[in-house]
Design a protein around this ligand. Sequence first.
Ligand code: SOE
Length: 398
Amino acid sequence: MPKSINVGLIGSKFMGRTHSNAYLKVARFFDLPVEPVMHTIAARNAAEVEAFAKRWGWRHSTTDWKAMVNDPQIGLVDVGTPNHVHRDQAIAALEAGKHVACEKPLANTLDAAREMVQAAKKAKQQRTFVWYNYRRCPALALAHQLVKEGRLGRIYHVRCFYLQDWAGPDTPMLWRFQGNVAGSGALGDLCAHSIDSARFVTGDEISEINGAILKTFIKERTVLSGSAGGEISGRGAKTAKAKKAKSTVDDAVVFTAQFKGGAVATFEATRLSTGDKNGNRVEVHGEFGGLKFNFQRLAELEWYDATLPEREQGWSTINVSNGGAGHPYAGAWWPTAHAIGYEHGFINQVADMMHVLGGKKPVAPLPDFNDAYQTQRVLEAVVQSAKNRCPIKLSQIK
Ligand code: SOE
């Protein structure tokens, strides 16, 4: 009989749904040493959180996250809220003796992220996890394995871009446009995934940001009643008299970087790439081959093997849904080439978290608070490089 752990989740919007779905499904597909029990969901609006609990199968609902975090029955606290509350919620949960899984980026500021790392260090008995969910897309996990096995040899180039287009001038004010809440815009929301993915695939750390541009194209946005706390919901109303508020985050970021191991890298992320909806791409070129991941072709990893006889060389497309061939996570899902989607990355993450909590190895390494802090340092270095128009060494960012 597997053991179980009671989960308390804070947040019932976009991430609340992805995480709830993951807890709901995981034990149907994976054999787990520890199974999550959907114990309590916490969110601000009493009627909404009650309806959410019924819909997703949470046993209890509450508007009091502090009480939930201190409930002795809860073993794992999941923080699925906007970035500015991650610190208080995660630290309260660690101090109450819980394991913590926190949404990305780790926090809205480097200082808050550092406090979280310190609290995690003190909590010796507990584990921390961060939801960099794209690590658990089979194609990216396979890319990680191939690099780790040395199949690319020395890494020369890393090229990441993350393109969305939902934030045009008609999109109203949301928490994601407020610097004091989100920390940054496309940088922390999208590029943080790219930085994490690049670190994960190469197994290397960024040592220097050589130049960065942070750009806010849309300087102010219409405030619709209640919209600021809401989630991305498409286009807003165009009312001449509507109240406007300043957007205090970047809509787009571009930067160049170098890795400790010598690779050079380019990163680009934007919320204004008209026509590209969720274009998350990671490309790596090494001495013996190349890899290309494209979220919009989720079931595929493009692979170039330069060790083959020259007449056989060319880009090949690996369909990564073959459990029998050992593709990461595929064995838990459907027969070969019956592809999985966005939500499965979250389910795969819960499976890996449960393995770690049960003392077993995850399929792919999970970022803990300290690991996510390394990504947060890169975010800070990019901000400083853009602001001061100069290169920043990561050793300058503590
Ligand atoms: C919105 O831009 C968003 O939902 C991000 O917040 C997620 O982290 C990313 O996976 C998809 O886009």
